[in-house]
Design a binder for this molecule. Structure first.
Ligand code: DAH
Length: 348
């Protein structure tokens, strides 16, 4: 018994010197296993329990527990010490060089087309219109047929269309006008909507053409709407967007879905028709921005709207054209190239 107790004492003494030598977490763990583990030194002493008298057994148990607790406590303290030392070392070595240039967060800005689209929509929202949307993958039925452009109609050629599935009549919409039909099919007059959106035509890319571009469609259907209402609405739109002195000019035109139809120009805000060499209007004095007219009665009837009771006007604004003119952009490709030097200029 005495031998066992003095062995315990020896383990304890040796532990103290071993502990002082340790400065790594791993070594500490190894020492713990060596002493307290299943095959450890303390466990080995406890194996002798069976050989002891009833009297001595609890004494050894008690003594072993005291040693175990002592070791556990000291190991825990040492661990804390090691971790703290590690932390101190980190703080001492990891200095921050405040003279290094920082990393700057880049802020995005609205795309010029989005800026214009919002400004235009806001004008019409102010007049009581709401925003409508339609799919970009559209049916021939909505994009053409319901707008009085049956298969074989020559005006289809002007809108060289991308077909997803020609036989099934699935295409990428070539105009936002199909949204007119979708709205009239599902809503009853009075209807006042604007629809901003992307449209597709198989055009070759150059400074003024892109196979993807944007339009804003407008549609009003109500009792007693007349051409003068269209003119007044567009006049207000022109003034709000391009300034107090802006004038609009209507030229007769033909669209299958409006009758009568017109193209609408606005007076040049750069030269107001005074400069024959003006870059904005190419000396024209006016800039074409949209097509419009009175909704053809057949289109209303196609959608189940009584054309005797209701009339409507519609218009389609070419977003790229308006935005290019407004911001003095001379190549449509700039809108799609994502060159930050270009885009940053519109950080309004
Ligand atoms: N959808 C026509 C186009 O892309 C533009 C247009 C003309 C829209 C007259 C209209 C309209 O709503 O009434 O060329």
């Amino acid at each position: 018994m005495d031998k066992l107790l003095s062995e315990l004492k020896a383990i304890e003494d040796k532990f103290k010197t071993r502990l002082d030598e340790i400065s790594e977490k791993n070594d500490l763990e190894k020492l713990k296993i060596k002493l307290l583990g299943k095959k450890g030194e303390i466990t080995a002493i406890m194996r002798n329990m069976g050989k002891l008298s009833n009297e001595d057994r609890p004494k050894l148990g008690q003594a072993a527990n005291v040693t175990r607790q002592y070791i556990e406590k000291n190991i825990a303290d040492k661990l804390e010490e090691i971790l703290q030392a590690e932390e101190d070392r980190k703080i001492a070595t990891e200095t921050i060089d405040i003279s290094l240039p920082g990393t700057k967060d880049e802020f995005g800005s609205r795309h010029p087309l989005a800026i214009m689209s919002k400004q235009i929509c806001d004008v019409f929202i102010g007049l009581g219109y709401s925003i409508a949307e339609g799919p970009e993958v559209e049916l021939d039925y909505y994009n053409f047929e319901m707008l009085r452009l049956p298969p074989g109609h020559p005006a289809r050629d002007e809108q060289d269309t991308f077909y997803m599935d020609y036989d099934q009549g699935i295409l990428l919409r070539s105009q936002t006008s199909p949204v007119q039909i979708r709205v009239m099919e599902t809503q009853k007059p009075p209807i006042y909507i604007v629809c901003p959106g992307r449209v597709y035509r198989s055009d070759a890319v150059d400074a003024t053409h892109s196979p993807i571009f944007h339009q804003i469609e407008g549609l009003a259907v109500d009792e007693n709407l007349r051409m003068s209402d269209l003119v007044a609405s567009l006049e207000l739109f022109a003034i709000k967007l391009f300034g107090e002195n802006t004038k609009i000019r209507l030229r007769p035109h033909h669209f299958p879905f409006t009758e009568p139809s017109c193209e609408v120009d606005i007076s040049c805000w750069t030269c107001d028709g005074q400069d024959h060499e003006c870059k904005t209007c190419q000396g024209e004095g006016y800039i074409e921005i949209l097509g419009g007219g009175m909704v053809h009665p057949e289109v209303l009837e196609n959608c189940g709207i009584d054309s005797k009771k209701y009339s409507g006007f519609a218009f389609g604004i070419g977003m790229e054209r308006v935005t290019m003119a407004k911001f003095d952009v001379n190549d449509i490709r700039s809108f799609y190239e994502n060159d930050l030097r270009f885009l940053k200029q519109f950080n309004l």
